[in-house]
Design a protein. Structure first.
Length: 264
């Protein structure tokens, strides 16, 4: 997001922003108006949908699993926009997660999330997504290289599955990792954060202790993205091998991706 770009005040869509203007290692920049990211579109208002329709989107990539979609609902329909669902986590994991967050009492939250367990859970999930979702991320990059832009990527909160997918896309474009991290951490801005809902009957409600226990699940932290980058290095030896061997990105495909998404 460049300083000249004004973020819209979307009512029913959280964590929306454009990913444009970020610098690459060779001095180019991500082209404006082609990549966007957000939380889910299930609760988009008519005004939200009208704004999104004006972006000229080709494809909306939804990284939610079936449990997320059952809880939140399907995305609103945007006329003429292609919707592609590429789940990046398992339905059982999603159902368990939301049940714990919305209904878990204080004792359960302490046992599952206390003593650094919440952050460790997030770090583990990023490592797993890097190692186990290579086919999905490879498909995403091929879609972006061949057509599919302008594109909006989202999951539920728009910070983890979408955040990692944006990071992988930016790595393939040779965007500097510091710039990738800066964009990633924007999800912590108050107007971007996911609204947490707890059942009125859940023990502890939204007390300060409950808030502290679940905070690592609803924040983005440098440790999470660093875990993803470290997993790339530990598993493939570096970004180039990850892109070519892990994701199957050929030199020609990568050039098409860069040609499509970067300024000349």
């Amino acid at each position: 997001m460049t300083s000249e770009t004004v973020e819209p005040a979307l009512t029913g869509v959280r964590n929306f922003r454009e990913v444009g203007g970020l610098p690459t290692a060779d001095g180019r920049r991500v082209r404006q108006g082609l990549l966007y990211r957000s939380g889910h579109l299930a609760h988009a208002t008519e005004e939200d949908a009208a704004f999104l329709s004006r972006l000229g989107l080709h494809t909306v990539f939804d990284f939610r699993n079936s449990a997320d979609q059952a809880l939140e609902g399907p995305d609103v329909e945007l006329p003429g926009v292609r919707n592609v669902n590429i789940p990046l986590s398992d339905p059982a994991e999603g159902a368990e997660f939301w049940t714990m967050v919305r209904e878990g009492d204080l004792a359960l939250l302490r046992s599952l999330l206390g003593d650094g367990q919440a952050e460790a859970r997030m770090v583990a999930s990023y490592r797993l997504m890097v190692k186990q979702r290579t086919a999905e991320h490879g498909r995403l990059l091929r879609e972006l290289a061949e057509e599919s832009v302008p594109a909006l990527m989202h999951c539920a909160a728009g910070k983890d599955r979408a955040g990692l997918s944006i990071a992988v896309t930016l790595l393939a474009l040779d965007v500097e990792q510091d710039a990738i991290e800066a964009d990633y951490l924007e999800s912590n801005a108050p107007h971007h954060r996911y609204r947490i809902h707890r059942s009125p009957d859940a023990g502890g409600g939204m007390s300060p202790e409950v808030g502290e226990l679940i905070a690592p699940l609803f924040e983005v932290r440098p440790a999470y993205l660093h875990a993803a980058f470290d997993t790339i290095t530990d598993t493939w030896g570096g970004v180039e091998s990850y892109l070519s061997e892990g994701l199957g990105l050929t030199p020609g495909l990568r050039e098409r991706l860069r040609g499509r998404l970067l300024d000349l």
